[in-house]
Design a binder for this molecule. Structure first.
Ligand code: UDP
Length: 474
């Protein structure tokens, strides 16, 4: 392998659920190749990753990675109230993003560090155009499960009519090659929406562009799609898309101490776009007994209604179990007292993987974002799924297929009732047969996940093969 030639440019969308897996991949590539890896997200996220920079677009170098942001035209972040709708946003994003990313690729070549491969995430298919214009190979990095990739693939290749026409029936079953039986409510919400004015429609259009870009691959080799998942977890879904090369390389974590020996403190930023809460929640966890604590978090984007916060609080209190609950600053219900003395701690943002790795945590009540789902899997923590939108319903379904979690039911208003949360907590954490089975399955999948990412495991081998193929094509 010609190591000196390797320079991966990892380009990602400025949101937490995209930055985390992309940064983890960038680090893994740097450690695997020993070559250059540049991480690039929009300035709006770069400035949050590095809050003490003199200029928001300043380049950062930490010995492992170089961080160079691109502009998407919204350097202060996108605000729906003043900046227009999603359609305008994604249009500008592509226009300005293409121009500024092209400038970065030019600059890096001029500085004697030519890029040898661009890896881009969801919504950034225009990055593949930039790569093509520079004669550089590119690969999509899919940061949701292979099951969701395959579902969209089928949707865009002949199943749109069937799925759309049953969008109103959450229990209608769709059989798609390589996937478990999926009901409409298990499919990504973007393809089952029955609202003709759906404000999120532009996201589906951007996804269609992503698949069109892959379909248009010019040379004879299959388009490469890196997936943050592992073979044993989604074997059939991976094989179902024969005309693309789906390469599982996950689950990628902030650090894999067993085989890497470097942890996230070795890089200039852990990738957080939110300020960590100063409360001593890890010490608080230390004071609790093994597997007794309920960890609750709905990720970086979910907007939780005040009424929903009240119901969750009710369920947690009635279950009588200690809880650590992340409620972001932008998501607090006015006048709701969420803490419960020594029994319940509420934080604005925490180090989630550290929390999930703590032996006191016995259950994760999650919105089922894919990162959260993978993190719970690799930490062996059973889940209660409360999916909100996009891929989360599918991810919740997958936890049931694997046997590592339950999906909660919602009431007529789409809210999780306190009594339902209490019931689910009893199923997952209680002494009944199902709880025992779920905890056993969680332990089994934890082992399989580690098996995939450790040296010589399927994901480790897949990433190394990918790197070698890119090197031999340059
Ligand atoms: N996260 C975190 N601290 C928190 C809440 C979330 O570090 O207090 C991280 C979590 O570990 C995950 C990411 O934020 O890596 C959220 O990604 P996910 O795909 O689960 O959900 P999204 O935010 O994209 O909806």
């Amino acid at each position: 392998m010609e190591q000196r030639q390797q320079h991966f440019l990892v380009v990602t969308y400025p949101a937490q659920g995209h930055v985390n897996p992309s940064l983890r991949l960038a680090k893994r590539l740097a450690q695997t190749t020993g070559g250059h890896v540049t991480f690039s997200t929009a300035i709006s996220a770069h400035r949050l990753m590095f809050p003490s920079l003199a200029k928001p677009d300043e380049e950062v170098e930490d010995g492992l990675l170089t961080y160079i942001p691109f502009s998407n035209g919204y350097d202060d972040g996108f605000k729906v109230d003043t900046d227009g709708d999603l359609d305008d946003f994604l249009y500008q994003f592509k226009l300005v993003g293409t121009r500024t990313l092209d400038g970065i690729v030019h600059d890096l070549a001029a500085r004697g560090r030519p890029v040898s491969c661009i890896i881009y995430t969801i919504f950034l298919s225009w990055a593949a155009d930039v790569a093509r214009d520079h004669g550089i190979p590119s690969a999509l990095y899919w940061i949701q499960p292979a099951t969701v990739f395959t579902t969209y693939y089928h949707y865009f290749h002949g199943y749109e009519e069937l799925i759309t026409s049953h969008g109103h029936d959450p229990f209608f079953t769709v059989d798609l090659s390589g996937l478990p039986h999926l009901q409409i409510r298990d499919l990504p919400s973007l393809i089952t929406s029955t609202n003709s004015d759906d404000p999120y429609r532009p996201i589906l259009v951007a996804l269609k562009e992503t698949f069109d870009t892959l379909d248009q691959k010019e040379n004879s080799s299959k388009p490469k799609v890196l997936i943050n998942s592992f073979d044993a977890l989604e074997a059939d879904a991976i094989k179902a898309v024969g005309d693309m090369d789906l390469i599982t390389i996950g689950p990628l974590l902030p650090s894999l101490p067993l085989d890497i020996g470097k942890d996230s403190e070795d890089t200039a930023s852990g990738g957080d776009l939110f300020e960590a809460d100063k409360k001593r929640y890890m010490e608080w966890l230390d004071s609790k007994s093994g597997r007794s604590v309920v960890y609750v978090s709905f990720g970086s984007m979910s907007v939780i209604k005040k009424r929903q916060l009240e119901e969750i609080l009710l369920g947690l209190k009635e279950s009588g179990r200690p809880y650590l609950w992340v409620v972001r600053k932008d998501n607090r219900g006015e006048g709701v007292e969420l803490e419960d003395g020594e029994n319940g701690m509420v934080v604005e943002w925490c180090s989630q993987v550290k929390v999930l790795s703590h032996p006191s945590v016995g259950c994760f009540v999650t919105h089922c974002g894919w990162n959260s789902t993978l993190e719970s899997l690799i930490c062996g923590v059973p889940t209660i799924g409360v999916p909100q939108w996009t891929d989360q319903g599918t991810n919740a379904k997958l936890t049931e297929v694997w046997g590592t979690g339950v999906r909660s039911e919602v009431n007529g208003e789409g809210l999780l009732d306190g009594s339902e949360l209490k019931r689910c907590l009893e199923v997952v954490m209680g002494e009944g047969g199902r709880g025992v089975e779920i905890r056993t399955k969680a332990a089994i999948w934890k082992d399989k996940a580690w098996e995939a990412v450790r040296e010589g495991g399927s994901s480790d081998r897949n990433l190394k093969t990918f790197v070698e193929e890119i090197a031999s094509n340059n």
